[in-house]
Design a protein around this ligand. Structure first.
Ligand code: G6P
Length: 749
């Protein structure tokens, strides 16, 4: 209350001061205006009388003067008249001038000397009187004086009115100030503070699990954010301590963020980790007048970000967001995640031509279809290859600058965009420990052999100390490829290649997701599956029994069209599910600059429309295709609400959507339909493993999923979650880093 009172008193004091100053100036100017107006009126009147009075005054005709005065005062009883001769003797006067109380002598003399009218005020019996004294002239000679009096009390009344009105205004203003201050203080200060206090108390007592709900832009917002982060950290620390304790109790080999951090510190000391990838983990983009930070879609970012968050270090990536430049410092760096930084992101800038040739061209029209067997022909252009080499060199320079002062730095290169980088780094820094992880499949030698620059790519890769693939099968394909195209010594027992005194180890490291996720104490309201389902159904205007979900970058390798065909076949074969089952596809447009991807967007849309047209009824449609970049929260809600998730890739290194779906199902319900052509199918045996090209098999898998008993769904999901629990992304990183840091390297290569 103290602050409210202080605010009110200060505001009223200022308002009073301002009102007083303004009122004073208003009164003064009104006074001046009314006085001038009255003087003008009196002088005009005096002038008009001068002729009429002069004649009888000169001819000494008091009768005529008397008549004139009587006539005039009859007409205007509020004006007093007195006429004096040239010697200052009273000649005649009206009855409403009291000579015993008013003195005009001084004014008569002064007006005669100055030969002009004089204006004055006098108070008689408490009434303000205006006195106007004017000389009477004939032929330039002063023959007497005329005095006109007016009752001027109305001037004071008018001025008092002004003071009164302004005072009433001030009272109203003060009242409004009091009400407004009380409301603002209650809404914006005491209310939110009480809310935060209640919320903190609830958190302390473990009763609340959601973030405090302050209105957007509230002044306490920054404070609430900081407290939220603090509480979140405490909760995370508490949760990971609990997991660690459980782990010790169960003597399980579960990997957690905390354990990875400790492990990396133990393995590599205080060395930094350097990650290089094309796609950045945090991208700044312009939306109207604001800048938004988005997390790009794709498995690479999903997997590596949690590791960098727990181990720290520097991640070098292409700055591809349209607001990336203004969000970095002069060294092209920024700390991420923006709301709670854990590591450094260094952005590399590419020209349009470089992006076109290296990213769209050689990486995504060349190597991507070369490594994915999906019957999309790779395109190899010489100019793209030139840009690919140039950009690899650009990233090598950016990295070399970072590691200049670090001995035996630990470098984790990501993916097919940087096949030449191991060579470019090792040739300058043979002491560096370099691993490259190939997130996508590696084809057999026949398929790979069509690449015109296969030797350069293989030599670039072999400069690494460690090459990681998702599964053993891709390691075998790689060694077969080396065997076919390069002269080298392959050790099939320890899976290594020796060439010119340098040994490269080739090993499978199946990538995964951060699981079990340490649930923060505060997360956007945790809703039960039923509530979520109802909400999602309402959002999409659905009234169905069963819900399916698919989450993909719109890429021809993901088998989205095959999936839709499988759904079409399902309704053909099992029409009893019409109006009972719908499928939501959350598709993020990707690489749309490439014609094949651009055309695919239209193809996917067209296929969904065709199937919808065929089966839809007035109140239902089979496929809801939501083409947009969806954030993690939206994706998670759909995972949790669905009965089944479909992953039907035609060829996929791992596919983290499958693992994310399983990780999201803490209710141990829901089924996964998974393509046999994904790396994930080698681990998640309790999914319905299908051949996406076989639409009957897909249709049957959907039916089996929907008709399976809860008990069986539950057992399958529990088994898949057990696999993930053990083989999570922390284990992946720990294995990769451990293997790399223990390799004996030849520093003179
Ligand atoms: C795959 C690749 C990643 C890539 C991701 C998204 O998962 O292995 O390297 O980042 O797709 O593709 P994009 O071209 O958008 O980076």
């Amino acid at each position: 209350m103290k602050i409210t009172l202080r605010l009110i008193v200060s505001l009223i004091f200022v308002a009073t001061l301002v009102a007083a100053i303004f009122s004073y100036y208003q009164v003064e100017s009104e006074k001046e205006r009314l006085t001038t107006e009255l003087t003008l009126k009196a002088s005009t009147l005096a002038e008009s009388m001068e002729g009429t009075i002069s004649e009888p005054l000169l001819s000494n005709s008091p009768e005529r003067l008397k008549n004139f005065i009587e006539r005039f005062t009859k007409r205007d009883p509020f004006v007093g008249i007195a006429i004096y001769d040239s010697k200052g003797m009273l000649v005649d006067k009206s009855a409403n001038i009291d000579l015993s109380k008013q003195t005009f002598k001084k004014d008569i003399i002064e007006s005669s000397i100055r030969n002009e009218g004089i204006s004055n005020f006098e108070t008689v019996d408490g009434v303000k009187i205006h006195i106007y004294t004017s000389p009477l002239r004939r032929d330039q000679q002063i023959i007497g004086s005329l005095i006109l009096t007016h009752n001027a009390s109305y001037i004071d009344s008018r001025l008092k009115d002004i003071w009164r009105t302004n005072f009433v205004r001030l009272l109203i203003l003060s009242f409004l100030i009091i009400i407004t201050t009380i409301l603002i203080v209650r809404w914006s200060l005491t209310g939110p503070i009480a809310q935060i206090a209640d919320w903190l108390k609830g958190l302390r007592m473990g009763k609340i699990k959601h973030p405090v709900n302050l209105p957007r832009g509230d002044i306490l917002g920054p404070l609430a954010n900081e407290v939220t982060i603090l509480v979140k950290n405490l909760a995370l620390a508490r949760a990971s301590a609990e997991v660690e304790a459980k782990l010790r109790a169960q003597s399980e080999s579960l990997w957690t963020a905390e354990r990875l951090k400790e492990h990396v510190r133990h393995e590599v000391g205080n060395k930094n980790l350097y990650v290089i990838s094309n796609r950045e983990p945090y991208m700044h983009i312009r939306r109207g007048s604001t800048i938004e930070c988005v997390i790009p879609a794709g498995g690479l970012v999903t997997a590596i970000d949690p590791i960098m968050q727990s181990c720290g270090g520097t991640w070098i990536a292409h700055g591809s967001g349209d607001a990336d430049f203004e969000t970095t410092d002069q060294h092209s760096k920024l700390s991420v995640p923006p709301e709670e930084p854990h590591y450094t992101l260094k952005r590399v800038w590419l020209t349009k031509e470089e992006e076109e040739g290296y990213y769209y061209g050689f990486s995504n029209e060349g190597i991507w279809p070369l490594c994915h067997i999906t019957h999309t022909r790779p395109i190899f252009r010489l100019e793209d290859w030139v840009y690919y080499q140039k950009v690899n060199q650009k990233f090598a320079d950016a990295l070399l600058e970072e590691i200049e002062k670090e001995e035996e730095p630990l470098i984790l290169i990501q993916d097919y965009h940087f096949a030449l980088l191991p060579y470019l780094v090792k040739s300058k820094r043979p002491d560096a420990r370099v691993a490259i992880f190939w997130h996508i499949p590696w084809p057999n030698p026949e398929a790979f052999g069509i690449c015109p620059w296969k030797r350069e790519i293989l030599l670039g890769l072999l400069a690494a100390d460690l090459i990681g693939f998702q599964i053993q099968y891709h390691c075998n394909n790689f060694l077969d490829t080396i065997d076919r195209f390069l002269e080298s010594k392959i050790n099939w027992e320890q899976f290594s290649v020796e060439r010119q005194d340098h040994i490269t180890y080739i090993k499978p490291f199946p990538i995964s997701v951060a699981f079990p996720a340490i649930l923060p104490a505060i997360e956007p309201t945790i809703e039960s599956k039923d509530v979520l389902r109802k909400k999602i159904m309402k959002e999409h205007n659905l009234s169905i029994e069963y819900l399916g979900v698919g989450v993909d970058r719109i890429d021809y390798t993901k088998g989205i069209i095959e999936r839709f065909r499988g759904i079409e076949r399902f309704f053909e074969k099992y029409p009893e599910f019409i109006e009972k089952f719908s499928f939501i596809e959350l598709g993020a447009p990707s690489r749309t600059h490439i014609k094949r991807y651009h055309d695919l967007l239209a193809e996917v849309e067209e296929t969904a429309n065709k199937i919808n047209w065929r089966f839809q009824t007035k109140k239902w449609k089979p496929i809801i295709y939501l083409k947009a970049h969806h954030n993690h929260e939206t994706i998670n809600r759909h995972y949790k609400a669905a009965d089944l998730c479909m992953v039907t890739s035609l060829h996929d290194g791992m596919n983290l959507v499958a693992k994310e779906f399983v990780a999201a199902r803490d209710d141990c319900d829901g089924t996964l339909i998974l393509s046999q052509f994904t790396g994930a199918a080698r681990e998640l045996h309790d999914a319905f493993i299908v051949n996406p090209y076989d639409i009957d098999e897909v249709a049957d898998a959907i039916r089996s999923s929907l008709t399976m008993t809860f008990a069986e769904r539950n057992v399958r999901m529990q088994r898949m979650r057990a696999v993930l629990k053990e083989h999570n992304v922390y284990r992946w990183a720990a294995n990769l880093v451990t293997t790399l840091s223990r390799i004996r390297i030849n520093k003179s290569v």
